[in-house]
Structures are given as structure tokens and as C-alpha cells.
Design a protein around this ligand. Structure first.
Ligand SMILES: [Zn+2]
Length: 290
């Protein structure tokens, strides 16, 4: 079924990408992949992620305890943070942690990535909140991360870096890339006098597109706790106070829960989308997320 060696090679390849793209310095960052409920592959501590070969990769169980590691290698000290994601999100197959320059600058400045400025970021990421600071390698990081897990697929870690997760390794990595690109554009547009944000109507259209294509993951476009996570219009008037306080979940589009629930989970042909441009962008985003 799963070819472990292939996955190890993939982890090394993604390690090279995050290193070469300035997303980590020296030995920073870590990557993990779920093989099954009790076995996970992860990068070792104390090595540059840009120069790994398959024998570097360690195997741990669901508690982060070592199942197999070659001599001289031990799992990342941040494995607890990865394990909390798998624990709380059974839909997740891979977690990526890095310190990309722009995203980390936002994490250090204490500014979450919540401004709706470009279709790809709104569709793919929604919003990226900041999980409160925790000392690396302690339980503080997983504990502070936990409350965001039901609502997001990416967070900034305060004064630290970024964490993304998705169905598989490539998708989790792409999320990190999209997050960093979004952070860079936001930073640069702030330098140019501040970004022009989408209005609520345009956000609503983008959310509708995301629902139509049935993209996996958690996103303000398709979570309504009153509907057991079924798609709805993120009406803003249902759900818990916690849910309504999460960035991106505040838009009140009027309660359409009942109307949307039935049809939204099947991806349709895209009829009714407003512009060809948005449809084209969505195709691109989906191709990247696959
Ligand atoms: Zn880190």
C-alpha cells in the first residue's frame, strides 16, 4: 500500500524545497507524514532539512515515541506539535513546520494573516491566525495550537514561525508556500500604502467557489458547528462564540444553512460562478492542492 521508501524520498525532496526557498535557516523546520494510525515518519532533529537522505528519516508512534531511527538520528523535538494535529484532525496526512521569512515576520510582529487581498489566499487558506507563544519542545506549543485545529489548516506560531497541515505531504507543503506568498504580498502592499481588501460580497463569491469544488480541509467557507461540520454559508449567527471569534469566521452572510447543506458537498460543474477569471484561478488553486 504505502511505499515507505518513496515517502522518505518525498520528505527529503520537500526538505530541500523549504531550505532552498528560504523557509528555514540552518537546522530549523520539521516535516511529518502519517503512514497509519500508529506509524508516522518524521525528520530528525539537528540536521539541515536541505541535505537529508532517506536513512535520516525516523519512524514514531502516535505518542511521538521512536519506533525506528538509524544511529545518530532522533526525531524532531517538535514532534509533539505534529502529533497534536494528527490527534485532533483525523483527516490530516502530513504536517510541515518552517520559519518562512515573511510569515515569521508577521508572527513576530503579532499580526495574523487575515486581510482578504487575493483570490488564491482567500480560497486556499481563508485566514491564518496566530497561535499564542509557547516554548519550543514543551507542551505549550501543542496546547496553544489546539483551539485553532478545528477551524484552520495553517497557523502562525507567535514569535516563532508557521505550521501547515493537509491530506498529504505535497498539499501540506503547498499550503506553506501559499501562506508565505500571501504574507509576502501583504507585507509589500503595506509598503505601498496598504492593500485594498475584498469587500464582503467578493469574499462570499470566493467562499461559494471553494464549497462548489469541495476542497478538503477546514476553512471559514465550509464549517458550521450547528451542522456537524457540513457546508453552510458560515452564517455568523450560528455556532459557538469561540467559532464566531475566529478570524475569517465573522462574516455574516445571512443564515443559509438549510439551503446550502444539501448541495454543497458535491462539486458541481461550476455553473453560476460569476466570472471566468475566478473560475480559472480556482482551477489553478485546485491543481496545486491535489
Ligand atoms: Zn520552529
Amino acid at each position: 500500500m504505502v511505499n515507505e521508501m518513496e515517502i522518505k524520498k518525498q520528505i527529503c525532496e520537500i526538505g530541500r524545497r523549504i531550505y532552498n526557498r528560504n523557509m528555514v535557516a540552518a537546522n530549523d523546520g520539521n516535516i511529518s507524514v502519517k503512514l497509519n494510525d500508529h506509524e508516522f515518519l518524521c525528520t530528525p532533529t539537528g540536521v539541515s532539512k536541505g541535505f537529508m537522505t532517506p536513512e535520516y528519516i525516523c519512524k514514531v508512534d502516535e505518542n511521538g515515541d521512536v519506533i525506528q531511527a538509524n544511529k545518530g538520528f532522533k526525531p524532531s523535538s517538535e514532534i509533539k506539535m505534529h502529533m497534536r494535529v494528527y490527534q485532533k484532525r483525523p483527516d490530516i496526512g502530513s504536517v510541515v513546520h518552517a520559519h518562512p521569512t515573511f510569515a515569521t515576520a508577521f508572527a513576530i510582529a503579532g499580526i495574523p494573516l487575515t486581510q482578504p487581498i487575493m483570490p488564491e489566499a482567500v480560497i486556499a487558506l481563508g485566514c491564518v491566525p496566530i497561535a499564542e507563544y509557547g516554548t519550543p519542545s514543551t507542551m505549550e506549543i501543542p496546547d496553544n495550537l489546539e483551539k485553532y485545529l478545528p477551524y484552520f489548516d495553517a497557523v502562525l506560531l507567535e514569535n516563532h514561525g508557521a505550521l501547515t497541515w493537509s491530506t498529504d505531504l505535497l498539499a501540506a507543503y503547498h499550503k506553506m508556500e501559499s501562506l508565505e506568498f500571501y504574507a509576502e504580498l501583504l507585507y509589500k502592499s503595506k509598503m505601498l500604502g496598504g492593500p485594498k481588501e475584498f469587500d464582503k460580497e467578493n469574499i462570499k463569491k470566493l467562499y461559494e467557489i471553494r464549497r462548489k469544488f469541495g476542497l478538503p480541509g477546514k476553512h471559514p467557507a465550509n464549517l458550521c458547528l450547528n451542522k456537524d461540520g457540513e457546508n453552510c454559508h458560515n452564517c455568523g449567527s450560528c455556532g459557538t462564540a469561540e467559532y464566531r471569534n475566529m478570524p475569517g469566521y465573522e462574516y455574516n452572510f445571512g443564515c443559509d444553512c438549510d439551503r446550502e447543506t444539501a448541495s454543497a458537498s458535491q462539486s458541481s460543474s461550476g455553473t453560476g460562478t460569476d466570472t471566468a477569471l475566478i473560475a480559472e484561478i480556482v482551477r489553478k488553486v485546485i491543481a496545486e492542492m491535489k
